[in-house]
Ligand binder design. Structure first.
Ligand code: 2AM
Ligand code: CA
Length: 267
């Protein structure tokens, strides 16, 4: 495949990430509620998406573009992604609540999907200047160096992260039983507030697994190819093959933990 795709993904994710880092330094942030009291968007999310869309449209005028701030629902996005065309699927700011609170756990995600499969992508962590990239068939890289997942194969020693589906209060309750079970079974659990940060850390072996019940395609388009190319297990929370319909959540883990969450993720 054309390695111009992954190069562009990396350059654009880095540019948007640097924009976000400097934007928050200068106190220009305006926070709005999106759908409900717990769902936020800022002018930084919107500006970052504008920048990413502009760059991608200039570089790849024949490709489609979907960003979180377009507001499409999961079914509409899945439909677009199952088609033949190349489609860039981007989260201009993953971890918006962390960003609002000046917590450095946020990221930019730029993924390219074709026929329902992520084929190239980049996740950039501005506060650490870390760029994770992958192109299908070519491995996953962190700042240009190959990464691999941890060798953990025992849940009792696993360092696991999760998120609470923050914008959906009903879903928080649904996740609570899973959180209790994992806290009792695993080495440690953290709730970090950025899917892309957790995905990147799982891909490079700094942590052992991550799950989230309420993600969307833009949260995982780049992450899916980075994780798979690194050698991680990627699935729904029930262990079924991952697809962009996003109905049964998202779970990624070091390969030795594949299947280890099956009993813990039941409703
Ligand atoms: P976001 O910051 O781009 O919204 C923790 O909330 C993680 O779940 C973040 O990565 C967040 O991405 C993601 N997430 C996806 N959909 C969400 C939603 N509806 N509400 C809150 N978080 C959501
Ligand atoms: Ca976002």
């Amino acid at each position: 495949m054309n390695d111009g795709f992954v190069r562009a993904a990396g350059e654009i994710a880095r540019e948007a990430g640097q924009f976000l880092k400097h934007f928050s330094d200068h106190h220009r942030l305006a926070v709005e509620h999106k759908g409900n009291d717990f769902d936020f968007v800022t002018n930084a999310d919107r500006e970052s998406q504008r920048l990413i869309a502009e760059r991608l449209k200039a570089a790849f005028p024949d490709h489609r573009f979907v960003g979180e701030e377009d507001g499409l629902d999961d079914a509409a996005v899945a439909d677009i992604l199952s088609g033949d065309e190349y489609c860039w699927v981007c989260d201009p700011l993953d971890g918006t609540v962390n960003y609002i609170h000046h917590l450095g756990l946020y990221a930019v995600s730029v993924g390219l999907v074709r026929r329902g499969r992520a084929v190239a992508g980049a996740i950039y962590l501005p506060e650490w200047d870390e760029l994770f990239t992958a192109q299908r068939g070519c491995g996953a890289l962190l700042n240009g160096r190959p990464v691999k997942p941890s060798s953990c194969d025992d849940l009792r020693h696993a360092f696991v992260t999760a998120d609470m589906a923050a914008a959906n209060v009903e879903m928080r309750g649904v996740n609570m039983d899973r959180i209790k079970r994992v806290i009792m079974a695993a080495g440690g659990l953290r709730i970090e507030g950025s899917a892309c940060v957790c995905i990147a850390q799982t891909a490079c072996g700094r942590q052992d697994a991550y799950w989230n019940l309420g993600l969307h395609a833009w949260d995982v388009a780049a992450g899916a190819v980075i994780l798979e190319e690194a050698g991680c297990a990627v699935s729904t929370v029930f262990g079924d093959p991952f697809t962009f319909d996003m109905k049964d959540g998202f779970l990624c883990a070091a390969p030795g933990l594949k299947g280890a969450f099956a009993g813990l993720m039941r409703p």
